[in-house]
Design a protein around this ligand. Structure first.
Ligand SMILES: [Ca+2]
Ligand SMILES: [Ca+2]
Ligand SMILES: [Ca+2]
Length: 561
């Protein structure tokens, strides 16, 4: 995480923050697996983690994620989000340009840590002829807090599809008028609604199924700017510059708002990018305060969550004190020590635990943002404590977040807030655990694996001859995913056995087997593709088996595919 925050492109930064900021606490006695410990944590990998599939090698439609457990494979929710780079301004790279449909190094794979399974044996493969002919990637996830591990497997197949039973963690409810801000996002644990004029949040419900009340308890997410110490702007002063854009997948939904604030006849434009996962969201904005119109000095920035009056009696916590503030609508503010924030790369946290649901926020704040930074908190029947205007219901209930001030705030800032929407009355330990996990995000290793050992048939009678049988089906037609080639080895060779496909010119098209193999009957499949994954042209091909000094060759036909 520390390294990630030194990087420039905000979308990458936000993605990494999404990875880093995590989860709900299961009591130590119950928490034995990575999938349980990190059950609300998304994992985002980029295409460069899968070099044999990336750089235009694999179509995204050929890639599938599975977990292994109890001797069986299960397809898990996954999604690829293509990130189209902007070579001039990397920070402007976007999810919302048309991708090429192929895996590239910067494209992102999103999964949930809760879907991880066990480590699969070397030659345990999904039951799919096409996937058997391709390499796969093992993704080993490690929780640095307790060294728990979890595994998922990325397979490549030309014939598989996403199973309809695979969970969709987040869904989109379009606004009554296309492109307006008042759309609704439904995760597993929450439903979030937005203002029509600018798409910022104005309602939050935690589902009854996740131990919430099913009742809205949010008034506003507040966004405050002050200019030259005089002019105050709130979220009521922003308008959408362009229609809301959304990418809605199975693991996450990415939503971009382009906002405009008009002041002194000039415009301040800024993007808000929010990633919604099943149980959390990551709010990010990239603020460039270096090129404001002349005469405009930003003197205050605030983001906070102001709740509805029905949270009265809720507990508000942060990292600085152990006895929570009880929200009453008249409790006042934090003292100086209670309001201290730490600078990036460290994280801050605060939470509201109410009878309707709990919201836990984790954020990092650049130490160069203005000259003063602190927790903002205001609990009063009216007004604010930073001289900006009250909005929404006109009252502050547990209004909390962060505030930066200065005489002329400059810089380019990636502000990030990760929010967890969990059940009612969550204890303080949940905030502490999430903060600890955000500080120690999951790590991972990817490893390319190939089923070089052809499937050895389980038969008690050992073959008596060296044989390469006619493939089946032959010819291989466009509607069949692969043809099966069987062979028999009467004795164990100490040199590798090889089985290769050649074209009529004698050129090597594909090596299907190259491994030391014990005596037995084997079968291996060919999907009619070159090593690089491209379809081989229709025509006659030879396949040749070599074992020690024995060689056998057969002919097969490939129809136009
Ligand atoms: Ca791509
Ligand atoms: Ca979805
Ligand atoms: Ca309010």
């Amino acid at each position: 995480m520390q390294d990630a925050h030194k990087k420039i492109p905000p979308h990458l930064l936000i993605a990494l923050a999404a990875i880093a900021t995590v989860t709900f606490f299961i009591s130590p006695a119950a928490a034995q697996t990575l999938a349980a410990d990190r059950q609300y944590e998304p994992v985002i990998l980029t295409g460069k983690e899968f070099p044999e599939f990336s750089n235009n090698t694999a179509a995204l439609s050929q890639l599938f994620l599975y977990k292994y457990g109890g001797g069986a494979w299960t397809q898990i929710p996954f999604q690829f989000d293509e990130v189209e780079p902007d070579s001039i301004t990397p920070a402007n790279s976007t999810y919302f340009r048309r991708g090429d449909g192929r895996l590239d190094d910067q494209d992102e794979l999103a999964i949930m840590a809760r879907d991880a399974g066990d480590k699969a044996p070397t030659n345990a493969w999904i039951n799919d002829a096409s996937a058997l002919t391709s390499q796969r990637y093992e993704i080993e996830l490690t929780d640095p807090v307790n060294s728990n591990k979890g595994y998922v497997y990325l397979f490549r197949s030309t014939t598989l599809s996403v199973q309809p039973t695979v969970k969709d963690y987040v869904t989109y409810v379009a606004p009554p008028q296309a492109g307006k801000g008042n759309d609704v996002i439904r995760g597993q644990s929450y439903e979030e609604g937005h203002l029509e004029q600018n798409g910022t949040s104005n309602s939050l419900v935690v589902s009854v199924s996740e131990n919430g009340s099913g009742t809205n308890f949010l008034d506003r997410v507040k966004l405050r700017f002050q200019i030259i110490g005089l002019l105050n702007f709130s979220e009521d002063n922003f308008n959408l510059l362009s229609p809301v854009v959304v990418r809605d997948g199975r693991v996450r939904l990415i939503r971009e708002l382009r906002e405009r604030l008009s002041a002194f006849g000039s415009n301040i434009d800024f993007p808000i990018l929010i990633r919604y996962y099943g149980y959390s969201s990551v709010f990010g904005t990239a603020l460039n305060l270096n090129n404001l119109p002349s005469g405009i000095r930003v003197t205050l920035l605030r983001q906070s969550f102001d709740f509805a009056a029905n949270v009265s009696g809720a507990k508000w916590h942060n990292q600085n004190f152990t006895t929570p503030v009880t929200v009453t609508g008249s409790a006042g503010n934090l003292n100086t020590a209670q309001a201290v924030v730490v600078a990036e790369p460290n994280f801050n946290w605060y939470m509201l635990s109410s009878a309707h649901g709990s919201l836990i926020n984790i954020f990092s704040l650049p130490g160069t943002l203005g000259t003063s930074r602190r927790f903002y908190f205001h609990d009063a029947a009216s007004g604010t404590n930073d001289n900006t205007l009250e909005t929404g219901d006109g009252k502050s209930y547990g209004d909390g977040g962060f505030l930066a001030t200065g005489t002329d705030i400059k810089g380019v800032f990636n502000l990030l807030v990760t929010s967890y929407m969990l059940g009612k009355d969550q204890p303080r330990t949940v905030g502490e655990t999430l903060h600890n996990q955000a500080s120690k995000p999951l790590t991972w290793i990817t490893q390319s694996q190939r089923n070089t050992v052809a499937v050895r048939e389980n038969t008690p009678v050992m073959p008596q001859r060296f044989a390469l049988l006619q493939n089946s089906p032959n010819p291989l037609s466009p509607t069949t995913p692969a043809t099966t080639i069987r062979y028999e080895l009467p004795f164990t060779n100490h040199a590798p056995v090889s089985l290769r496909i050649f074209n009529l010119l004698g050129q090597n098209v594909r090596e299907l087997v190259n491994a030391v193999q014990p005596a037995g009957r084997y079968e291996v499949q060919w999907d009619g593709r070159h090593t690089n994954g491209e379809r081989a042209p229709a025509g006659i091909y030879f396949y040749q088996l070599r074992a020690g000094n024995q060689i056998a060759t057969q002919k097969l036909m490939l129809l136009n595919r």
